[in-house]
Design a protein around this ligand. Structure first.
Ligand SMILES: *Cc1c(COP(=O)(O)O)cnc(C)c1O
Length: 323
């Protein structure tokens, strides 16, 4: 079983699978109606105008669009360490300079003004992940607001909520009405189980709505992806089952793993196993694939995705045995 990429253990929403099948015969045409429909649907959901929804080929694609719209060569961005590698990659592709803000491990990796502000030097974009990958820690909305308020007007605080559905806290989208320096990223890859379809979006400040047409590729998402996304948004059963199982699994793992773990608000758990590479390799030999977090700068940890109940029990059994 693969518990290394934070994918949905239940697969895609069955409604999305049906929508993909239904859309298949029209695949020879360029995308059209579904793109508009999905933007409108998401705009309604987040109470913004459709122009502020930047649909893209995955959340990663939306990160690229934001970088393309905002960054000029030599601009700075600030990214978390440890953190999602693509922030820095995307910024560098757009010729920006990347600085990092370290998360305080001894305090379980909080993302807060205390972590960000000492490193801030007028950067154009600050990337915040909530819940955070790979630690599972979560920034409070009030802290996002403080960071936005304390940074300069030209600094955009980009709140990546790829794991937002798994959290008990409200989305940072509640800041979008008041502030014009916050954007939120969402993805269909995780809770909706559509990682292979590639669908994500950013919700941007009103002033940036028009820039989408200038930075996006002519067809930023596929008709099939948008139809799948529309169907997934209506499938509450699948979403609920996914989120409830992840909540159960992260608690179960924290209670039964014989190693220290970090509190997680997402669908994975960071586990302090001692030698991450060795443990990941040994677990793989037992058929359980977990993420060795050496590339995140955490060589003593592994990140374990929440599986089904059966998968999660097996993962715990194997990890406890191989350590
Ligand atoms: C998975 C993930 C994304 C987006 O993934 P896509 O599949 O491109 O939508 C964004 N940020 C973080 C932190 C992620 O883990």
């Amino acid at each position: 079983m693969t518990l290394s990429s934070n994918e949905n253990p239940f697969g895609p929403s069955p409604a999305a699978v049906a929508a993909i099948r239904e859309a298949a015969p029209a695949a020879s045409s360029y995308p059209k109606a579904a793109v508009t429909d999905l933007r409108e649907r998401l705009a309604e959901e987040w109470a913004v105008t459709p122009g502020r929804i930047w649909l893209a080929n995955g959340g990663d694609g939306a990160l690229d669009y934001l970088a393309r719209a905002l960054l000029r060569p030599g601009d700075g961005v600030l990214v978390p360490r440890p953190g999602f590698a693509y922030y820095a990659m995307s910024a560098r592709y757009h010729h920006a300079d990347v600085a990092e803000y370290p998360l305080r491990r001894e305090q379980d990796f909080p993302l807060d003004p205390e972590a960000v502000m000492p490193q801030y030097d007028g950067e154009r974009i600050i990337y915040l992940t909530r819940p955070h990958n790979p630690t599972g820690s979560e920034c409070a909305v009030a802290d996002v607001e403080t960071i936005a308020a304390e940074t300069e007007q030209h600094t955009l605080v980009l709140v990546d909520e790829a794991y937002g559905e798994f959290s008990d806290r409200p989305s940072a989208t509640c800041l979008l009405e008041e502030r014009d320096d916050v954007a939120v990223l969402r993805s269909f890859s995780k809770a909706h189980g559509l990682a292979g379809v590639r669908l994500g979006y950013a919700i941007v400040p009103d002033a940036w709505a028009d820039a989408y047409a200038r930075v996006k590729t002519p067809f930023a998402t596929s008709e099939i992806a948008c139809r799948a996304g529309l169907a997934a948004l209506e499938d509450d059963d699948h979403l609920q089952r996914t989120v409830e199982t992840a909540r159960w699994a992260r608690k179960y793992m924290a209670e039964t793993l014989e190693c220290p773990t970090y509190d997680s608000a997402a669908n994975f758990l960071l586990c302090d196993v001692g030698d991450g590479t060795a443990v990941a390799e040994a677990a793989r030999r037992e058929g359980v694939v977990v993420r060795d977090t050496s590339s995140f700068g955490l060589p003593d940890c592994v990140r374990v995705t929440c599986g089904t109940r059966e998968e999660t029990r097996r993962a715990v059994e194997v990890l406890n045995a191989v350590r």
